[in-house]
Design a protein around this ligand. Sequence first.
Ligand SMILES: O=c1ccn([C@@H]2O[C@H](COP(=O)(O)O)[C@@H](O)[C@H]2O)c(=O)[nH]1
Length: 276
Amino acid sequence: MTRQELFDQIQRKRSYLCIGLDTDIKKIPPHLLQLEDPIFEFNRQIIEATSDLCVAYKPNIAFYEAHGPKGWVSLARTLEVIPKDIFTIADAKRGDIGNTSELYARAFFDQLTFDSLTVAPYMGVDSVTPFLQFPNKWVILLALTSNPGHDDFQMLSVVSEGKSYFMFEKVIQNSQAWATADNMMYVIGATRHDYIERVREIAPDHFLLVPGVGAQGGDLGEVSRYGMNKQCGLLVNSARQIIYASQGEDFAEKARAAALAVQQEMDRYLNEYLPR
Ligand SMILES: O=c1ccn([C@@H]2O[C@H](COP(=O)(O)O)[C@@H](O)[C@H]2O)c(=O)[nH]1
């Protein structure tokens, strides 16, 4: 999917919501557990109930691979029922030496046909470029993550040409030589919305994938105020708050209500902050 197609969808749906399909077998409503593929059935109903309110779905791969081959089947079946105009993100946080990254890329872009993949930047340029060889596919590079441990490395000071930067700022700056705003996005945790203005100084045009609203307590209003660019430039992810809004038979209906509340808030921010 191209950047323009993503923006068109945002404008059409008045939403920049990405729903996280972090489907935990322990949290699936009990009435689904007797089915042959409860994870797929849960996802199918969530997608059917919310696809007009969001622009992206992000299955976190851990929730699937933990089940072995069956989990990969549930994931592939889930991808098949996501409407084709919706952006898909494999949250797998991959990245390795070049020939291995190339195979990860083939797994997620050719075999599974995701639009994008989260990638860790720690191993540097040759670990990331193999993912960038696929037309209309995206790398979403971890920059400033939402977890408390982001302080350990991402906030370390790096001195470059006499100026001091945070490590995450150097990740964003240096990686712009590897790709463009048409095939790279950055992960910036909603819990660090105080740095989004700084991110926008370094990467004014790139889309940011922003996890951490909802269950992790990030502030959607602040993220939108400081993060929105002329093509919106934000995909704000929420998983648990939406998909587990109810663990009863009404789970899909309640997930829709939770997604609708976020979409309506996003509509207001689009009116307020999207530069015309
Ligand atoms: O910095 C990061 C990077 C990825 N994630 C992932 O996003 C979702 C968040 O789920 P919630 O239930 O909405 O908290 C999950 O898959 C994480 O692995 C992140 O939270 N922070």
